[in-house]
Design a protein around this ligand. Structure first.
Ligand code: GDP
Ligand code: MG
Length: 439
């Protein structure tokens, strides 16, 4: 599914304008991706309408490929829906977890406690589930694996009592995470119980825990829990499976909240604070959309050349890395074609550039854009030591950037050629010597 979106986008590479049909085709593929990730139909329709409208009406900034521009719009619209992660200050607080049985509350309670402990806070898990047999043992075991304080009481069958006791007994902790019982379905006694616990615990934040595989059911649950305890954020669990968690967006939309944490396994460490970039890229089956959006934003913000940013002379000093090449390409975008840039280098103006191999510096606008996309998917280490990039990295970079392995290899080839050329000039001696030679 992601690949057909990528195929569609690939066809648009090099275009600077999109036709109405292009936009239709992209939107159709995005719809397909989102629907198969369980995003609610009406949300998908809303999103695609605004994407279509913006893609056709807004002007791409000069030099920005249409494909990048439309992806930025897609990204922005999705961020608009999903939002940034739920705000959780690193200070004293009480968090209440709500959700149906099996959604992952108890596991998430321990995971979140572990996460807060890595931030230097002292968390405690309070287990109030008296409904499910074994709930106490499970929660206690998980809290001990997370190495955090724990309170539960297998001899008491009143969850509200336990919550009250638990908060008192764990008063030395800074972050109190109150785990609750679930039911197989929304039932009145579940709602009554969690309302009472909420009244006693007086949480700063109430989080709804949802299994990534949740589909249409998300809406009713979110509505019900929001009405009873007020949902401030969502935890999506079991993202290590095949489900992409799109159903949880319905809950986010319904409760006008955001996503706080992602659960990615059964261990207490398998937890991530939510970040829109990775989640959106995953939803669409595409890599690094956030980076791409940022890049387009930079292009849009760029009005003046920041000449301090990159000094052509740096090219002649030290190691020439892919980072240098990337900066050089950005500079070319700003300053004009490379032969003009070369004129800015003392000693290069007097015709030395004519001695360069024709294709050494000849990178067309289109290739540059592709290279730039490729480089955005490379790690810093890879850009500093491009020679260490092997076949498996090439594959990963191509996948992450939505380019082909040939594109990646071509970039590395181009780099090698430029590096060799630069080395030759370095070999000629100091800048001064070179200048003298050129006179
Ligand atoms: P609760 O009933 O809401 O408290 O749910 P539990 O925390 O007991 O989780 C139900 C089941 O889902 C357990 O077997 C957990 O190990 C499993 N589980 C919870 N979170 C994750 C996750 O992120 N990934 C995987 N693979 N399993 C999870
Ligand atoms: Mg539980």
């Amino acid at each position: 599914l992601g690949s057909s979106l990528r195929d569609t986008l690939d066809k648009l590479r090099g275009k600077s304008r999109l036709s109405e049909e292009d936009v239709e085709e992209i939107v159709k593929e995005i719809q397909r991706s989102l629907l198969s990730a369980d995003v609610d139909v009406s949300l998908v329709m809303e999103l695609s309408d605004s994407i279509k409208e913006r893609a056709l009406e807004e002007e791409p900034p000069a030099g920005t490929p249409a494909r990048d521009f439309v992806l930025r719009i897609v990204y922005e619209e999705l961020v608009g829906l999903i939002g940034e992660s739920t705000e959780l200050p690193l200070e004293e607080q009480t968090i209440l977890l709500a959700g149906l049985q099996g959604s992952g509350k108890t596991t998430s309670a321990a995971k979140m406690a572990w996460w807060f402990s890595t931030k230097g806070l002292r968390p405690a898990v309070i287990q109030t589930d008296t409904f499910r047999p074994g709930a106490y043992d499970q929660a206690k075991e998980m809290a001990s694996r997370a190495e955090v304080d724990f309170y539960g009481n297998p001899d008491n069958d009143d969850p509200v009592d336990i919550a009250r006791e638990g908060l008192e007994e764990t008063s030395e902790a800074d972050v109190h995470i109150v785990d609750t019982a679930g039911r197989h379905a929304l039932e009145d006694d579940l709602i009554d119980e969690i309302e009472e616990i909420e009244a006693v615990a007086d949480p700063d934040t109430s989080l709804l825990v949802l299994d990534a595989a949740i589909g249409q059911g998300a809406k009713d649950q979110a509505k019900q829990f929001d009405e009873s305890v007020g949902i401030d954020g969502v935890v999506i669990t079991k993202l290590d499976g095949t489900a992409k968690g799109g159903g949880a967006l319905t809950a986010v939309d319904q409760t006008d909240s955001s996503i706080a944490f992602l659960g990615t396994g059964e261990e207490v460490q398998d937890v991530e604070r939510f970040e829109p970039d990775g989640f959106i890229s995953r939803l669409l089956g595409m890599g690094d959309l956030g980076q791409l959006a940022e890049r387009v934003e930079r292009a849009m913000a760029q009005t003046d050349i920041e000449e301090d940013d990159w000094d052509p002379e740096d090219m002649l000093k030290g190691n020439f890395t892919l980072n240098d090449m990337q900066k050089q390409m950005e500079a070319m975008n700003n300053m004009g074609p490379l032969d003009q840039v070369m004129d800015m280098i003392p000693g290069f103006g007097g015709g030395i550039k004519d001695q360069l191999p024709d294709d050494a510096m000849d990178v067309t606008q289109d290739r540059m854009q592709t290279f730039s996309v490729v480089m955005d998917s490379m790690t810093d280490a890879e850009k500093e030591y491009p020679k260490a990039v092997g076949a498996s990295q090439v594959e990963r970079i191509a996948r992450g950037s939505g380019t082909s392995e040939d594109d990646v290899r071509e970039l590395l080839q181009q780099y090698k050629m430029m590096e060799k050329t630069i080395k030759q000039f370095q070999g000629m001696g100091s800048d001064q010597e070179m200048q003298r030679m050129m006179k």
